[in-house]
Design a protein around this ligand. Sequence first.
Ligand code: NAD
Length: 288
Amino acid sequence: MLNELDGHTILIGLMAYPIRHSMSPTMHNHAFHKLGLNYAYLAFEIDNEKLPGAIDAIRTLDMRGSNISMPNKQKVIPYLDKLDPATEMIGAVNTVVNDNGVLTGYTTDGIGFMKSLDVDGINIRGQKMVLAGAGGAATAIAVQAALDGVKEMSIFNRDDEFWESAKHNVEIINEKTDCHATLHRLEDQEDFKSEIDSAFIYCDATSVGMNPLQDQTLVTDPSWFRKDLVVYDTVYAPRTTKLMEVAEEAGVEHVYNGLGMMIYQGAAAFKLWTGEDMPVDYISEVIF
Ligand code: NAD
């Protein structure tokens, strides 16, 4: 037990299924302890069926809020009172904040992505990004990066069940932001290479590189990468992915895994609940 819990302890949840593997409870409880905040963060196994009752419980138990993960990120929306504007565009929620019974939904994954670059002095605003993927992580990254000022975005996806989502992401970005987004098929390797050639950052937000695809990468040829390209893999387990190995072989200076995104999405949620900055250096040291 990290904190001394008492009658005043404020509860924050994590509602998903499966969820026992999550690092979020450890991360948040260490941060509460470090800052002397009287909060506790607990994981609850909540599937779609249990979701309405669980969201009701946030109000009933006067919880400060909750993280929401799969399979509830989209399903939760009808049970909330409000969505912040970026989250409305993304169409998925990973953080709920309870203000005296009024529940607002946020998505902090894209904020975490941008922040992880900012803290390393990498500014992608005004630049071109090539983004592979159109699932949950990719959508949050695409929308946040476009809202934050990325000038041009080439979105690649294979022709699978996420193709419609890729189309939708391009449409909504062009409609609602100043970013110019275009849609590309991952199967067109010539186009993929040529778009990466003219990009400032290449970000892979697909499941490739993560278990069970940990031996794969969408870019296998180091000659596709310039040394001054920023290469970002959203995967954080393993810490060094195949994509990162290819980038390192190419001599790319700025190569990232998804750990920074993971920590800073948590830090953004932490700030929404507590008003305090998560002690990220401490958390990185203790947990990762
Ligand atoms: P998702 O299932 O919502 O989306 C999967 C995406 O990967 C889709 O675009 C799909 O078309 C693509 N894809 C799947 N298999 C592919 C293949 N063989 N070749 C090409 N494309 C393929 O998943 P998600 O939740 O968005 O997760 C995507 C990635 O983002 C994962 O690697 C996950 O580790 C990472 N992620 C990182 C963080 C973080 O905080 N760092 C948070 C969430 C997700």
